[in-house]
Ligand binder design. Structure first.
Ligand code: C5J
Length: 225
């Protein structure tokens, strides 16, 4: 059964069997002190507002049988997949791979790389490790989505203007219809969050739709006719 919710610039429709929820980078490294986000000088508490809406959206998506994908930004322990231009952008001592209170910063297998406990993946959900900002670049995400016949994406996570936006732009160019769930996303900079959302739905939805979690959750909770 097709579901529908109000969004900007207009209603978003989806078939739960052909829709995936993608939660971007809700990792300790971005949300907790001592991780990558804090190393870049950010106030990590700015991201905490997205946790409860993400958790509610995740619960509704699970109950509706959506494909659920959790992404994690991070690098191999030997950092061979980390471009020098990315590595050297932070000051020495606070760089990717440097030791921190949650292990080596933004390195796979370290505590900081984990998804926060409130949004922990369950068995059968896809956990997608990505070396870049976009979830399609250098990953098998497109393959996973096409193999399931997915054509619509609900996108949440952090940060709105970096990894969420990059992923939505990549997805849109690949032909996926993307609805960004506004309050389930966050930025260290509230003004960037607002601007990023406005850019997505401007010009008739130039690369996607934007809606609050309450609207998406209500549609996910509709009982099949
Ligand atoms: C950043 C992300 N901001 N997940 N990563 O570096 O948005």
């Amino acid at each position: 059964m097709l579901r529908r919710f109000e969004a900007l610039p207009g209603a978003f429709t989806f078939d739960p069997a052909r829709c995936a929820l993608i939660i971007i980078d809700m990792q300790r490294d971005f949300l907790e002190p001592g991780g990558f986000g804090a190393a870049l000088g950010n106030d990590v508490t700015q991201l905490h507002r997205a946790i409860a809406p993400c958790a509610a959206l995740l619960a509704a998506a699970r109950a509706a049988g959506l494909l659920v994908i959790h992404t994690r930004e991070g690098h191999r322990p030997d950092l061979t997949d980390c471009p020098p231009a990315k590595l050297t952008r932070s000051p020495p001592g606070l760089r990717i791979g440097d030791p921190g209170p949650m292990g080596r910063i933004l390195v796979r297998g370290e505590a900081g790389h984990d998804i926060i406990p409130e949004l922990a993946p369950t068995l059968g959900e896809v956990v997608l490790d990505k070396p870049g900002k976009g979830a399609f670049w250098a990953t098998d995400l497109e393959n996973i989505l096409r193999n399931r016949g997915t054509e619509a994406l609900l996108v949440a996570g952090v940060t709105t203007e970096v990894c969420v936006s990059t992923t939505v732009r990549e997805g849109n160019d690949r032909g996926f219809r993307c609805a960004v769930i506004s309050d389930a996303c966050a930025s260290y900079f509230p003004e960037f969050h607002a601007a990023a959302l406005a850019m997505i739905h401007a010009q008739g939805g130039i690369f996607g739709w934007v809606a609050p979690s309450a609207a998406a959750i209500a549609a996910l909770e509709e009982s099949p006719a």
